[in-house]
Write a protein that binds this ligand. Structure first.
Ligand SMILES: Nc1nc2c(ncn2[C@@H]2O[C@H](COP(=O)(O)OP(=O)(O)OP(=O)(O)O)[C@@H](O)[C@H]2O)c(=O)[nH]1
Ligand SMILES: [Mg+2]
Length: 332
């Protein structure tokens, strides 16, 4: 899993000091206390956003500070509050303590907000300390210190879509063509042993696709690489089934689809509740006999599953594929 990681310190603003002051005006000899309160220090607030894609903004900063509150002043004037610092992090960011790496907050979706460091409260001015026994309090509070925290920000990219297919179906070839990922590609099964993530762009938007190892019939019983790696696509919203439709592929396209569906169900039936699209790959090799491809196409039409025929190798219909994929994407 692609992880971007950085260590950074945050310092919330200190509270301003309360003021010690007495009213002094002509003809009013003992004017009484009039020292105002200090302003509150600014908080440090993090918000998970769908626009921001990386932790790049934090990479070269060591300390981010919020403004302190202003001091209280005479004539009961309150100090100015320090402005909060509101920072956007990409959804998928995890905040941990430094150095012991305990989880503080998991921004596992867009639109979450978390106050990471609280600003100090402003101190009270001496107007608050007047009493029947003390008409001229010589006491005002200092502002509280703002919280200071050292953290690790870690980005676990949450893939939007996962590529699911038999070994050799062309999953890695596809991700290499639609993103800048550079996975190993070869004409033998299980070329991909660990997942690769690629950022795909279309019409000025981006989303993350995960390429995972191939699935064999019987994978749920431990065949091939088993199904353990499916945990990497558990959080995706869309599954892209890649079906090899070349005439010499190990299974006819429709049977291929059914095998994938069955194996996913054996891993966890909830996987099949995800949105699905079918990609018939290697169409460049299927030109002569289309009957088996048509069976798959008809089946998808009946089940209303979005379907596209491509050649990952030759780059045929990749925009069409992206268009279907991005249609699943509704920003939150
Ligand atoms: N003719 C043709 N060959 C393709 C196409 N897409 C992929 N291939 C070939 O199929 C073979 C397997 O491609 P990969 O991308 O490694 O397949 P994979 O699904 O990632 O395989 P595993 O990682 O082993 O599961 C390679 O030799 C590719 O060149 C295609 O559209 N047309
Ligand atoms: Mg591969």
């Amino acid at each position: 899993m692609f992880i971007d990681r950085t260590k950074i310190s945050f310092q919330a603003g200190n509270g301003g000091n309360g003021c010690l002051s007495f009213r002094r005006e002509k003809f009013i000899p003992h004017g009484g206390p009039d020292g105002g309160d200090g302003g509150d220090g600014g908080h440090i607030i993090l918000i998970s956003s769908g626009v921001c894609q990386s932790l790049g903004d934090f990479k070269y900063k060591r300390l981010i500070k919020a403004e302190s509150g202003g001091p209280g002043r005479g004539k009961k004037r309150t100090g100015k509050n320090g402005a909060d610092i509101v920072l956007q992090v990409p959804a998928g960011t995890v905040v941990k303590t430094f150095p012991d790496e305990k989880l503080i907050f998991d921004f596992d979706r867009i639109g979450l907000q978390f106050v990471l460091a609280k600003g100090g409260k402003g101190g009270r001015g001496n107007i608050h300390f007047k009493s029947s026994v003390n008409q001229a309090p010589r006491r005002a509070e200092s502002g509280e210190k703002g919280e200071s925290i050292h953290v690790i920000l870690e980005l676990k990219l949450i893939a939007f879509a996962g590529l699911v297919g038999l070994p050799n179906a062309g999953k890695s070839t596809l991700i290499s063509k639609i993103s800048s990922a550079k996975p190993k590609i070869a004409d033998y099964p299980f070329t991909t042993l660990t997942p690769n993530l690629g950022v795909v762009e279309f019409a000025k938007r981006t989303l993350v696709v995960a390429d995972i190892p191939g699935i064999l019939e019987g994978a749920h019983q431990g065949e091939g690489m088993g199904l353990e790696f499916l945990k990497h696509i558990e959080r995706t919203r869309v599954l892209i089934f890649i079906i090899d439709v070349a005439p010499f592929s190990p299974l006819p396209p429709l049977k291929n689809f059914q095998v994938l569906e069955k194996e996913l169900a054996m891993y966890h039936p909830l996987l099949l509740k995800k949105k699905l699209m079918v990609v018939a790959n290697k169409i460049d090799l299927a030109a002569e006999d289309r009957s088996a491809v048509d069976d798959l196409h008809d089946f998808c039409r009946k089940r209303k599953i979005p379907y596209v025929e491509i050649s990952a190798l030759q780059g045929i219909n990749l925009s069409k594929l992206k268009k279907i994929l991005f249609a699943f994407y509704e920003p939150e």
